[in-house]
Ligand binder design. Sequence first.
Ligand SMILES: Cc1ncc(COP(=O)(O)O)c(C=O)c1O
Length: 363
Amino acid sequence: MSGLEARPGVLRLAPYVQGKSSLAGVDSPIKLSSNESSQGPSPLAVQAYLHGAGTLNRYPDGSQRELREAIGQMHGLDPDLIICGNGSDELIQLMVRAYVGYGHEALLSENGFVMSNIHCIAQGADLVIAPEKDYRVDVDAMLARVTDRTRFCTIANPNNPTGTYITGDELRRLHAGLPGHCLFLIDDAYAEYVTAADYSDGADLVDEFDNVVMTRTFSKIYGLPSLRIGWAYCPAGVFDVVQRIRTPFNTNGPALAAAVAAVRDRDYMLAVRRENAAWRDRISARLTALGVEVIPSQANFYLIRFDEASGKSGAGAAAFLQSRGIIPRPAAGSDQYLRITIGLAEENEAVLQALGEYMGTHR
Ligand SMILES: Cc1ncc(COP(=O)(O)O)c(C=O)c1O
């Protein structure tokens, strides 16, 4: 034995468990467990990706210039404050590595992107987790937990697995109650799906304050999770810090090319958003009619709750859906809930049919 040991924070972690993607004995299951885009990427993004295959012998553009400019132009943001990453997950990790360490507290909401928690634990920070109210981030509960050790605060907006959001005013109030030395990271992985008028992605806060960062991704509405591209919009000081620890070629060439085409194809993205919103409403109405509680979602998935007294459960519904070739995502730590991604029309119909059977006949 050499005595080699990882840092204590790392040893506190268990490996991440991915959403299930196969079912024994089912050739092509309906996979609704990972909040992927059922409609896939823009055909222009696929074309750009294939074109990128012609230059695999070259390193990609480490400055990510073309993609940063395309994102900047399409979102009305300064490209010099945009950093792209190997998924937004990498950017969250870089921010945490740069700003969070032993003795610090990371303030998180009960739900959210679990990788944020993992990165903070790995850095040796203490997690302070605020409960949610009505499945939403509770700004007061978070602010009540701020201490002078709070160095990092993040929420996912919309949140995962609830699909709920907080308004632009609430986001601003949360930031206003954080100390200036606390980095506030707004994880907007599902922002493009939001149709609520009082939502804000928080880019205005990034413009105003030097401790706010917004992260976005091409993994969700743009349908490119396999290519691992996310981006962060950050103040100049944070940009400078993260560039110091970012590996030079963290995003690969064909992925950068596909993302440029995807973000420029705004009509395609808007069509996906419209279709998703229409199904979100339809599914919610039909499940409610079946007696299933649907948490109001602004994302491309919905969380459903089963009343224990009814003898139904999330686990029971999951098993029933799987027997019909459908893979949902059971909610961690509770038997009452189930999260299901919004799929293609026929996939959603299959879910509604199966849940109807489960509610009507299955005890
Ligand atoms: C809330 C949230 N944030 C961030 C991510 C990470 O996305 P990616 O690393 O693919 O950009 C996910 C992925 O599911 C998510 O649900």
